[in-house]
Design a protein around this ligand. Structure first.
Ligand SMILES: [Zn+2]
Length: 281
């Protein structure tokens, strides 16, 4: 099977925090990468009023995402045009256009069709907690997992294309140890680090990480991608207030848990495609 990666995320910047280094690494190996982003992050924060307004934030964040995609040398970007559902417990959750309010069968059909068209060997999405619990992260996780299996099922909507069974489904996870590192940095700055506590509760157990990708060699590209998301990474962001070497210590590794096929308890992989046969390009 030809090595190809297809990633499903919810907002512009999810990819840069999550796997920009891995994308850059795969680009250097000429392994094609596609990112599907469900929304334009229309209700995300605006770090500085000069950057965007509530009216144009979606368009601004799309530009930020396209710039980040170039920085990490992503091959293909697909925007699904859903609306950001906002943080848990906000009024935006109830907007009928919000991603979380779209019928599951419709979203799953779109994602399954994309899988059948792209024919990836590896699919990546958020873990069931969406990293830290954002409703859109949880929604894209649920839809992507359903689509991963539906795409392979010959009885599922044949009109969407030939069935496609990808070889692996990974969750791109934030291990608890990374949250601890960020908490330490917050404390070092003399600030209250307790806001990281609720992230820690939802973060992924380190012992259930099956693959850690060292992206220190790609960190320049990852940092450049992150910096494209200016509306999200303003001057007050933790990563802008600590030195870049420390950011690299926190973000220089990317973590994945194998979701399918069922991992053995002691599974440790070296790469996303470790052990998969690489067919002709
Ligand atoms: Zn997000």
């Amino acid at each position: 099977m030809t090595h190809r990666l297809l990633a499903f995320f919810a907002h512009p910047d999810d990819e840069s925090f999550g796997l920009a280094g891995s994308i850059a690494k795969l680009a250097a190996q000429r392994i094609p990468t596609t990112l599907v982003c469900a929304t334009r992050g229309e209700v995300g924060q605006i770090s500085h009023p000069a950057l965007a307004t509530a009216e144009n934030i979606g368009a601004v964040r799309e530009r930020e995402l396209r710039a980040a995609a170039q920085a990490m040398k992503l091959d293909r970007l697909i925007l699904l045009d859903y609306r950001d559902s906002g943080m848990e417990g906000t009024d935006e959750n109830h907007d009928p256009r919000a991603f979380v309010n779209q019928p599951a069968h419709e979203v799953v059909a779109r994602l399954a069709q994309l899988i059948r068209q792209a024919q990836p060997s590896v699919v990546v999405t958020f873990d069931p907690q969406g990293g830290y619990g954002h409703p859109d992260h949880i929604a894209i996780h649920q839809h992507a997992v359903a689509a991963f299996h539906a795409a392979a099922d010959p009885s599922y909507m044949p009109a969407l294309g030939q069935p496609w069974q990808a070889s692996r489904l990974f969750y791109n996870v934030i291990p608890r140890s990374r949250i601890a590192l960020m908490r330490d940095q917050m404390a070092t700055l003399g600030e209250d680090p307790s806001r990281f506590d609720r992230f820690a509760e939802r973060a992924w157990p380190d012992e259930k990480v099956h693959l850690t990708v060292d992206v220190t060699g790609q960190f320049a590209a990852k940092w450049q991608a992150l910096m494209c998301h200016r509306t999200q990474l303003g001057d007050e962001h933790l990563f802008r207030r600590i030195d870049v070497d420390t950011v690299q210590r926190i973000m220089g590794r990317e973590h994945f848990a194998l979701a399918w096929p069922e991992p053995t308890p002691d599974l440790r992989l070296e790469t996303l495609f470790d052990g998969l046969t690489r067919g002709p390009q």
